[in-house]
Design a protein around this ligand. Structure first.
Ligand code: TRP
Length: 327
């Protein structure tokens, strides 16, 4: 079975956008591949080094979500990046052969440096972000890496680093991974912009039911539709955009027609959405409750996953050191 690897930064709580965008895809891949999924807590340090303890809390929560959305620890290997020290070893070796120019050229590097004003991220570690990511991937000799389109430049560097390593040391131990770009709908946030924690417009997987309900009930709709009797335009309503993702074809049809003809009110329309969002979230809430009531279950899964990942990483490092002729 070919290997798939992906990671997620513990930089906040997960929302519906992360679920639809990434995790659902991770779950479907577990049937076909030998999947390794991890929490990239070292990467989260690059932009949040003042608060490592927050990263720890998010790490635990992220792992809880991995399990709650249906990743099966019998099928996939779940682990924490910072517990597999071999990532750091490969990172330092790769850092020796990575030209600075490759890193300075990465679009996310310049953008983020401009974007994040409240913190100095002109660090060595932040510039080296893609090198660490390359180590994460190459150390498992993964064939495929499911990621969003924003990660493609990082994957390209990973491939270049692998090629350079293999060329320099006349070997083929490092495998050039391919991105698995999945077509998924962008999830609209409460305010009509893309759902994102930085816009404060998200529905989180750990929001309690009454919060989810309230968030949806207070969403803006078509602002031109002032009275219940005014016809509206569903395309102008972020509620309709969410129906597109969470509701059935018939319901979509029903709310669109109801909106255009003033046949249903915005509250009725939102009630249907709430019902469907709950349908997605209820099993997740249930599993999360089970896991938070029994912390030892998660501890054990993490321990087992870490050990399995460490073993695979060590095997690659043997080959890497051999190829380089290191001690
Ligand atoms: N950079 C990725 C992100 O922000 C997270 C990540 C770290 C990652 N290491 C990885 C993703 C290795 C895939 C493979 O989403």
């Amino acid at each position: 079975m070919k290997r798939v690897l992906s990671g997620m930064q513990p930089s906040g709580y997960l929302h519906l956008g992360n679920l639809v965008g990434a995790l659902t895809n991770w779950v479907s891949l577990q049937e076909k591949y030998d999947c390794y999924y991890f929490v990239a807590d070292w990467h989260a340090l690059t932009t949040n080094y003042p608060n490592p303890s927050v990263i720890k809390e998010y790490t635990r929560d992220l792992l809880m979500n991995f399990l709650a959305v249906g990743l099966d620890p019998e099928k996939v290997t779940l682990f924490i990046q910072s517990r597999i020290l071999e990532h750091a070893e490969l990172h330092i070796l790769l850092s020796m052969i990575t030209p600075l120019g490759w890193l300075e050229r990465v679009p996310t590097y310049k953008e983020k440096k401009e974007e994040i004003k409240e913190l100095d991220i002109g660090s060595y570690g932040f510039l080296g972000y893609p090198v660490l990511q390359s180590a994460d991937i190459l150390i498992y000799r993964a064939s495929y890496v499911p990621v969003g389109i924003d990660q493609v430049p990082h994957l390209e560097i990973t491939r270049e680093i692998a090629r350079r390593f293999n060329f320099l040391y006349k070997t083929d131990v490092l495998i050039e991974p391919e991105p698995l770009l999945t077509q998924f709908p962008k999830v609209t946030g409460l305010d009509g912009r893309k759902m994102s924690k930085s816009y404060d417009n998200a529905i989180y997987l750990n929001d309690p039911p009454e919060v989810v309900e309230k968030k949806i009930l207070t969403m803006v709709t078509d602002t031109q539709r002032k009275r219940r009797t005014d016809p509206g335009d569903p395309e102008k309503s972020p509620v309709y955009q969410l129906h597109r993702i969470f509701s059935t074809e018939e319901e979509l049809e029903e709310v669109a027609r109801g909106c255009r003809t003033a046949g249903i009110g915005c509250i009725d329309c939102k009630r249907i959405l709430i019902k469907n969002v709950f349908k997605v979230l209820e099993p997740i809430w249930e599993k999360r409750k089970e896991l938070s009531d029994n912390p030892s279950i998660m501890d054990e899964i993490i321990e087992t996953g870490n050990e399995k990942a460490r073993k695979a990483a060590r095997e690659t490092m043997e080959l890497v050191r051999d190829a380089m002729g290191m001690y």
